[in-house]
Design a protein around this ligand. Structure first.
Ligand code: SF4
Length: 99
């Protein structure tokens, strides 16, 4: 689960970018792996999601959001879970309370 305390408030201006996401016209199951998915099936699904992100007009906003809230699941801004984890580094205990 994302760090809820790091989510931006309810101001619609901060969330409007989501209305322009290319994934709104796609099957959401492409962006989040089903339980137990591994190997080639995982890679193929994730690559398909990333291709959609590649043409998305709000890719930068999406990735910035996912990194800022440390979104742990799914493809966001063209990056998969492992890629984002590599960029973000390990979560610090208590970080959500002090941020
Ligand atoms: S970058 Fe990808 S996940 Fe983010 S809004 Fe665009 S299509 Fe959706």
């Amino acid at each position: 689960m994302a760090m809820i305390s790091r989510l931006p408030g309810p101001l619609h201006q901060r969330w409007d970018w989501q209305l322009q996401g290319a994934c709104r016209r796609s099957d959401a199951r492409l962006f989040f792996h089903p339980s137990g998915e591994r190997g080639r099936a995982h890679d193929a699904r994730e690559e398909a999601a990333k291709r959609i992100c590649g043409d998305c007009p709000v890719r930068a906003e999406c990735l910035a959001h996912a990194l800022s809230v440390r979104e742990p699941y799914g493809v966001w801004g063209g990056m998969g879970e492992d890629e984002r984890r590599a960029v973000m580094g390990p979560a610090r205990r208590g970080a959500c309370r002090t941020a």
